[in-house]
Design a protein around this ligand. Sequence first.
Ligand code: ADP
Length: 680
Amino acid sequence: MLSRFALPMPGGAQGAFRLGGEIRRFRDVGRWGSIFALLILLPAMLLAWIAWDSSRSVESSVDLELRLRADAAVRQVKVDLEGTFDQFEAKIAQRVANGETLLADLGNLSPHLRAAFRFDNAGQLVDPFASSAPARVAAISPRQRQVLDEAVRAGPQAAVGAWRRALVATGATPHANAEARLGLARALTRAGQPAAAEHELEDLYADYADLRHESGVRIGELALLLRAENRFEREPDIGATALMDLVEQISTARWELGQRDAPALVRRALTRLEGHADPEWLARQRSRLNERTSELWWASDLQDELEVLGETRVGLPDQLEYLSALADSPSLWAQLKHGDLYVFSFAVEDILREVSTQAGRIHQLDRDLRALVAESGVRPPDGALAVASLGPTLPTVTVYVVPADPDALARLKSARRTRQLLVVGLAVVLVGMGVVVSARIVGREVESARIKADFAANVSHELRSPITQIRLKAESLQLGLTTDADDAQRHYDAIVTSSERLSRLVDNVLDFAAIERGVKKYQFRPCDLAEIVCTAIEAARPEIAERETTLEVDLRDDLPALWLDREAIGQVVANLLSNALKYGGKGGWLRVSLRAIGSRVELAVADRGIGISRADQDKVFEHFFRSEDPAVRRMKGTGIGLTIVRYIVEAHGGMIGIESAPGQGSVFTVSLPATPPEHS
Ligand code: ADP
């Protein structure tokens, strides 16, 4: 093994070795660098780029998300509205299938249905109303009106006579005559002749049943009411039955559009019957009356539209269809040809109110959104997220969904963008830190590999020169090349000195290995440190002489005996002396001193050599450390001498310190306790 190191290296081999090491190191760094770049840095940068890029699209993603929510909300409004009409259609289909009437119980068909009508094949409105009779010409002449007014003004005594005269004066003119007969009947009743009055009313009914009074009431129905009331005064039970019959008759009769007084008759009869008829019957009649009355009023308002609808009955399909053509109408019409033509009228206002309620619910369910219901012609709102027309039922109505608070939306976008950028930034910083930490770890590993390689090179280099010396000197002696006995002695001395250097080096390497592996054992015994120091100095004498170093030794004799491992401490002193000689330079100065300080003994090895910089002073005890100073690099060395010194001193419970300044020299001070380490 040693022979390998003993082989002389060709000139410049050391430089080549170092260069090879540098190249290797460079290659290592390059390899690790590319692995980092490929596996960590590149993916990290790609991720950062993707994240950065996506942060720019965060705005559109917020918009998109809001748009989707708005779409869903507006669709719900549409679905709800369609649901109302789907139910209506289903109920109509059911009634058609069951052969039930389509004109009754409209509230059950749809809450928005105000009226339903049936036209016959001739286009005539037949159910539940009829179109009004054409406007009548003035049926009562001014002369006849004067006579009738005089009768009205006649006092109670003269009333019967006055009305009889009016009767004669009106003659065969139906309206005036009927009015005179009504007046006579009332006067007879008031005059206490109810039977005569009743008789008069029966005649009136027989003659003018279908004639309409100026108020629009049928004379016949009015006569029946008065007769029943008359009877009610005299015989309540019979009168009540007559009134109830009258109510049924009028309620089920076909009313005429525009004639709004039929309900008044029914209402008057029902008021009379209060307390005389079954309350349930009364309530039922009232509710039916209300329903029909409101249907009549609604239909009367839409009379013109109804007439148009009646005319367009030809060629209609057999399924329900909505008529969106009648814009500006308060009614939404639906028609169905089922034998006759059925027409359904929905109140647009009601439907719109429900749509508005549904639209208002959008904001309750999603605070970010707000809905607006607008009819055609109204300017659409800015920044609408979703739009839906309510065709086919309400094609002129559009629902817009807009952001509830555009400022809040802008704030939300900016907050999301900031959050994303922060996350990206944090990720990039973490990756960066990871890269730096990893690079440091790798750098340290590479450095450690380099140091080990350097160490191997340094050891071989260190070994080479004493081995070469020994070999040269021994060969000279062997070949008898020495000139005289003194020369031979010098050769022997040189062989001994080189051997000592060799063995110190090998000791160092072996000790270092043992210390590193944790198997170094110390034998502590009471020793005289001064003696150990003297032995070390003696061993170093040849080198001191060779380097022409001035040696000063100051060993006090009052030193206590210390518990030491003799060999180990000898190695400490030898290493410190060797360094002082090596870095003290040729013709340098070396001082070794020992003194007692309290229970401790302090060994100081001082030189006036190259010194150690402040930064290097912290590192000189580290494994394999060798200063980068070219003055150091010129010297041979392994970088383990001071490491061993520190380990040994610490194993003895001692301390080591440096005082040094570049160019001025160094003082290494070892302080050892008197007590054995295990007792300290
Ligand atoms: P080396 O084999 O390099 O001398 P050491 O462990 O003994 O290894 O010393 C470590 C380093 O400490 C040396 O390389 C050198 O830089 C520095 N050093 C040690 N002793 C001295 C000294 N007396 N003067 C200047 N520098 C020193």
